[in-house]
Design a binder for this molecule. Structure first.
Ligand code: FPP
Length: 228
């Protein structure tokens, strides 16, 4: 089957630290530049009629980083919501959060809830922010939910019980920064995603870089196990 445009793009935004190091800057300035690319890429994806954009912004493992880096990332997240919510609403973008939010400070939780509540009626692109997210953790929580409800275990029940709920699986999974692994991202949902790895550090990943990934996707043949 020849496919053209991915409906759902998921991105592992890697390389912020190395981008900063190359310039002799503190890592958190790499994240700050990375946040600017988040703003650009969200706008560009929305204008390109992408239906879902999922961004891996903070993993369950990222808490192991030095306190100042974790605090810096939390500040950026708050800054992002403060400065971008109006723009997201204007762009008709609906925000969803995947990951275990109870670990965040009341201030961060409030900002995340606000961004979800103020956009929940919008019907444009869905922006899923993966925060304190880990694919294994998500699967464990989903199975516990199914067990608690006495639900049958089948593929569609598992899909629905995941944080991504009724959102369709990613078609294209991009990882920047040169590593070629999934790092616990969307383990169940990425079963048939086309994988796209680029050496480009996330702060250097511009709208044209997203276009190149979409273009590469459009040249792939997806067979979903079939022979056609
Ligand atoms: C990985 O780069 C990136 C992260 C752990 C955080 C991603 C965060 C942002 C892009 C900014 C804030 C996001 C939002 C949604 C406001 P790394 O630090 O692992 O880079 P390295 O591999 O070069 O060290």
């Amino acid at each position: 089957m020849k496919t053209n445009k991915p409906a759902h793009i998921a991105i592992i935004m890697d390389g912020n630290g190395r981008w900063a190091k190359k310039r002799g800057l503190p890592r958190v300035l790499g994240h700050r530049e990375g946040m600017k690319r988040v703003i650009d890429i969200v706008r560009h994806a929305s204008h390109a009629d992408i239906q879902v954009l999922t961004l891996y912004a903070f993993s369950t493992e990222n808490w192991k980083r030095p306190t100042d880096e974790v605090e810096g990332l939390m500040r950026l997240l708050l800054y992002y919501v403060e400065t971008q919510l109006t723009e997201l609403i204007k762009e008709n973008v609906r925000v969803r959060i995947i990951g275990e939010q109870s670990a965040f400070s009341p201030e961060v939780k409030e900002a995340l809830e606000r961004s979800v509540n103020k956009t929940k009626h919008l019907n444009g692109m869905i922006l899923q922010l993966a925060l304190n997210y880990g694919g294994r953790d998500e699967l464990v929580r989903a199975f516990r939910r199914l067990q608690a409800n006495g639900s049958e275990i089948n593929e569609s029940a598992i899909s629905s019980a995941l944080d991504t709920g009724e959102v369709p699986d990613p078609d294209l999974l991009i990882r920047t920064g040169g590593e070629m692994r999934l790092s616990n991202f969307l383990l169940y949902q990425a079963a048939y995603a086309e994988l796209y790895f680029t050496e480009t550090y996330w702060p250097d990943f511009h709208a044209s870089s997203l276009d190149a990934a979409i273009e590469e996707f459009s040249r792939r043949h997806r067979r979903f196990g079939d022979v056609k």
